[in-house]
Design a protein around this ligand. Structure first.
Ligand SMILES: [Zn+2]
Length: 104
């Protein structure tokens, strides 16, 4: 359980640094902060009851954690601006991290 939490938060907060450094070069720090800001998609948990359920898989359950949302995040990637690419990668990485959590 503790190892699962460790993996989850490392993937949410630390791994994006290693994505931002090579892909966003000079803008890596701002790209990293934008990727952290994508944690805000977890606000959709407020629509659910209970708000947090450790045995529930977020993916496919919460509106911003669905396949449709993922498709939308993918579209954002094609906006010709590194900021939107950072947001898109951040959201997709977020969904991947939550999904890994469901598998563990
Ligand atoms: Zn989430």
């Amino acid at each position: 359980m503790l190892i699962k939490l460790f993996i989850h938060y490392t993937f949410h907060f630390v791994v994006p640094i290693f994505i931002a450094r090579p892909f966003f070069k000079d803008n890596w720090l701002n790209a990293y902060l934008l990727m952290l800001a994508t944690l805000l998609i977890d606000l959709d948990h407020l629509l659910a009851s209970p708000i947090f359920d450790p045995n529930r898989c977020s993916i496919g359950y919460h509106p911003l954690h669905t396949v449709y949302a993922a498709f939308f995040y993918l579209l954002l990637y094609f906006i010709p601006s590194w900021k939107w690419k950072a947001v898109a990668i951040g959201c997709l990485w977020h969904l991947s991290t939550d999904y890994i959590d469901c598998l563990l």
